[in-house]
Design a binder for this molecule. Structure first.
Ligand code: UTP
Length: 325
């Protein structure tokens, strides 16, 4: 079965890191966000992916082709007009009667996909959330979805749609998006997938939900760090480093250099990073970053960045240079 993976967005909430790398290539728990997703999809039997690229799309394409051998089709969305528009761009590569699995490129999930991909109905991944106002939500009853609402101002349901969608017939979805686009129906300035799905429900399509207990958002610095913590949960370091205490769980790339430091817990150290005389916990350090004489927690240090100084909480992009006195 084909998976459609939209990754064209700019990732503004993760600036400065997304100035030089697309969001989906940011490292979390030892590999890029999209790597966690691809591994799960391939394990579930997905053998073909249509990837919608846009912002820094060449980097995504290069990384995907280098790391996975399934069939890829890359579609370029030149204007970020919304998720429904991104999916609509895939129309020439899909036949009307085939089922589709759509997954957002920044949603790491932990769910058994086998039953989902065999569902007799179209079905959407949902999770109960405390504050549904930031999400598209599903109103359910009679064993099906009655209604979908994008970012509700009044609390109609706390079942958030988390970015995993299984659709029985690609053709019905494309017809619904066609309708939105030809009538210029946008919500919050974009062609929303939630609106297209709601239109399908109104047309009589039977949708169910499936629970996604493990859903790890990577869209903002704080969620990237909390996802890093969750995914590292069982990671232990087996190597010894001179003068270092390693507090598992951590991920330390094989070729990183560490000296006289206390690392962890919940810390990812990228390839070729050079780490000396530091205390670092709950942080992500990019590849080839150099970090010395500093205490860091809840920090993200970009690739090839250089930082030396004292105790801080920071969020600095690739190639930055910080010297704290
Ligand atoms: P988001 O809106 O959460 O991601 O879209 P973003 O735009 O990259 O991030 P911010 O909001 O600027 O911080 C969810 C997913 O849908 C894709 C995004 O790339 C992301 O993977 N998307 C969204 C598209 O591919 N095209 C669109 O028009 C909109």
């Amino acid at each position: 079965m084909k998976a459609i993976i939209p990754v064209a967005g700019v990732g503004t909430r993760l600036r400065p890191h997304t100035f030089s790398r697309p969001k989906v290539l940011l490292n979390v728990a030892g590999k890029p966000i999209i790597g966690h997703i691809m591994d799960k999809l391939i394990a579930a039997g997905i053998d073909e992916a249509i990837v919608i690229v846009g912002y820094l799309g060449d980097m995504v394409e290069e990384w995907m082709v280098k790391n996975y051998s399934i069939k890829f089709t890359f579609v370029t969305q030149t204007e970020i007009l919304g998720l429904a528009h991104a999916i609509w761009m895939c129309k020439p590569y899909v036949t009307d009667n085939e089922p589709l699995f759509i997954i957002l490129g920044d949603t790491i999930f932990d769910v058994d996909l086998q039953p989902v991909l065999q569902s007799p109905f179209s079905t959407l991944g949902v999770k109960e959330v405390e504050d549904p106002r930031r999400f598209g939500v599903a109103v359910t009853g009679e064993g099906k979805i009655l209604k979908l609402v994008e970012k509700p101002d009044t609390p109609v349901s706390n079942l958030a749609i988390v970015g995993l969608y299984f659709l029985q017939h690609a053709g019905t979805l494309f017809a619904s998006i066609d309708y939105l686009i030809s009538n210029k129906i946008k919500t919050k300035g974009e062609y929303q997938l939630t609106d297209a799905l709601q239109f399908m429900i109104e047309g009589g399509e039977h949708f169910t939900t499936f629970p996604v207990h493990g859903w790890y958002d990577c869209g903002k610095p704080e969620t990237l760090l909390s996802t890093n913590e969750i995914l590292l949960k069982n990671n232990v370091s087996t190597k010894e480093y001179p003068g270092c205490i390693i507090n598992d769980p951590v991920f330390i790339a094989d070729n990183a250099v560490l000296e006289n430091s206390i690392i962890g817990p919940y810390t990812t150290i990228g390839e070729h990073a050079i780490i000396k005389n530091v205390i670092i916990k709950n942080s992500i350090i990019g590849y080839s970053a150099r970090v010395a004489h500093i205490m860091l927690s809840h920090s993200i240090v970009g690739n090839s960045a250089f930082i030396t100084g004292s105790s801080q909480e920071i969020n600095i992009g690739d190639y930055s240079e910080i010297r704290v006195g």
